[in-house]
Write a protein that binds this ligand. Structure first.
Ligand code: UGA
Length: 427
């Protein structure tokens, strides 16, 4: 099939490359000339295992990038994969996506055959009917050959290509048999692996995406809430969670308690669905609590640290800046509130991450950054472990080099040992 993918960010680039690998002819469209040039040179604009290999194989062959919408009417299906950042009140900003939707409509104004426009971006159910569909239709001068669908994406950063190619489920949100069949055709290689398909309408498809992320984020917050109680009782939350994970209804995944969830999706999506619910005059109590518990975890780490060290007078090593290991993404990383709160206390901060120092330097230019965990720890009065990088598990003599060896671990990555004062956040 001929596909156009509007937006070459995290999701857009991954799906464009994977669609080409499925055997489709793909045009990736982005307004940013540098991104377009990078893709056409076979370079991934984001770092993701396997992505660059796919680009190298398919660019110039079945995949090309451009800033022009000319390929849209020639294609069979257009995917909109434009970011939906948060407004101050937590609701999603549909500005860029709305503009792309209108431009897509305009490109299709004179097309006679039916054309399917699929929203890949995470958007709330009302925004499909109230904002995006009208924007496409207005752009297209009400060309009724256009159909709008929704196909939410469940890939994770760090395993985007593998997640896209082997999903747990495929959610196909359309308003007609024809549109549904088109999307089935696009995903034929995935369907051959007997991936479950949920065929539904576009709004339900978009709610499935929010429910999925809200459930996972709330699961972690519940585990953190229970974990905090375990800590108060002097118990190990991991022993408790390992046991409850044996109940198939709970499952063993996403039971790691600690400093909480970050990244570009969970915080944005949970806040967006809360804001969208409030628009309907519904107050989602559990989701609000999930956010509150998540906001609380960095402070709890500092309270544990404070029980051993006077933070006003201390030099503290913050180990791990990325929102999770194996990425340099710091968006909504728990390291951000951690550094902010240490700064408020007047603490001297030295931060380290194997790959995420540069983006954090833009956010906090005035704190010290070390080039290794060993350098960060040398002479420090304590450390907080914020990201579960494997290399922190092998720290040993480096911990002894602290002036006062106090470790507060937010990811259960450092093994407690004699000679150091060790506090697990929930164990
Ligand atoms: C998440 C979802 O897992 C994907 O399914 C979804 O497609 C994506 O959001 C999105 O909406 O685009 P991602 O943000 O890449 O993916 O990260 P996760 O691996 O899910 O981790 C999210 C956060 O939860 C991280 O900060 C991680 O440290 C934390 N986490 C995860 C825990 O604290 N405990 C756990 O047990 C698991």
């Amino acid at each position: 099939m001929q596909l156009t993918v509007i937006g070459s960010g995290y999701v857009g680039t991954t799906i464009a490359a994977c669609f080409a690998a499925f055997g489709h002819e793909v045009t990736a469209i982005d307004i940013d000339e540098e991104i377009v040039e990078a893709i056409n040179n076979g370079q991934a604009p984001i770092s993701e295992p396997g992505l660059e290999d796919l680009l190298e194989t398919h660019v110039g062959n079945r995949l090309e990038a451009t800033t022009s919408y000319d390929a849209v009417p020639e294609s069979d299906v257009t995917f909109l994969a434009i970011g939906t950042p948060s407004n101050d009140d937590g609701s999603i900003d549909l500005g860029a996506l709305g503009a792309a939707a209108e431009a897509t409509g305009a490109a299709l104004a004179d097309k006679d055959e039916r054309h399917l426009v699929v929203i890949k971006s995470t958007v709330t159910p009302p925004s499909i009917t109230d904002v995006l569909e009208p924007a496409i239709r207005e752009g297209a001068d009400n060309n009724d050959a256009i159909e709008v669908g929704m196909n939410p994406e469940f890939l994770r950063e760090g395993s985007a290509v593998a997640d896209f190619q082997n999903p747990d489920k495929l959610v196909v949100g359309t308003n007609s048999e024809w549109a549904s069949q088109r999307l089935h055709d696009v995903f034929e290689p995935v369907l051959e692996t007997e991936t479950p398909v949920v065929d539904t309408d576009p709004q339900t498809a978009s709610m499935i995406k929010y429910a999925n992320n809200a459930f996972l984020a709330s699961k972690i917050s519940l585990v953190n809430d229970l974990g905090n109680i375990c800590k108060e009782f002097g118990l190990d939350a991991y022993e408790v969670m390992d046991a409850i994970g044996l109940d198939n209804r709970i499952s063993e995944q996403f039971l790691r308690s600690g400093v909480g969830w970050g990244g570009s999706c969970f915080p944005k999506d949970v806040n967006a669905i809360i804001a969208a619910a409030r628009e309907e005059a519904y107050d989602p109590a559990v989701l609000k609590a999930a956010v509150e518990i998540n906001d609380r975890q960095p402070e709890r780490m500092l309270e544990l640290l404070e029980s051993h060290v006077d933070l006003e007078d201390a030099r503290i090593a913050v180990l791990g800046l990325a929102f999770k290991p194996r990425t340099d993404d710091i968006r909504n990383s728990r390291a951000i509130p951690m550094i902010e709160r240490l700064k408020e206390r007047g603490t001297e901060i030295v931060a380290y991450d194997p790959v995420a120092i540069e983006p954090m330097q833009e956010r906090f230019p005035n704190i010290e950054y070390a080039s290794s965990a060993a350098d960060a720890l040398a002479g420090a009065d304590g450390t907080v472990i914020v990201t579960g990088w494997d290399e922190f598990a092998t720290l040993d003599e480096e911990l002894d080099a602290m002036a006062t060896p106090v470790v507060v671990d937010g990811r259960r990555i450092v093994d407690p040992r004699p000679r150091i004062t060790y506090e697990g956040l929930t164990w």
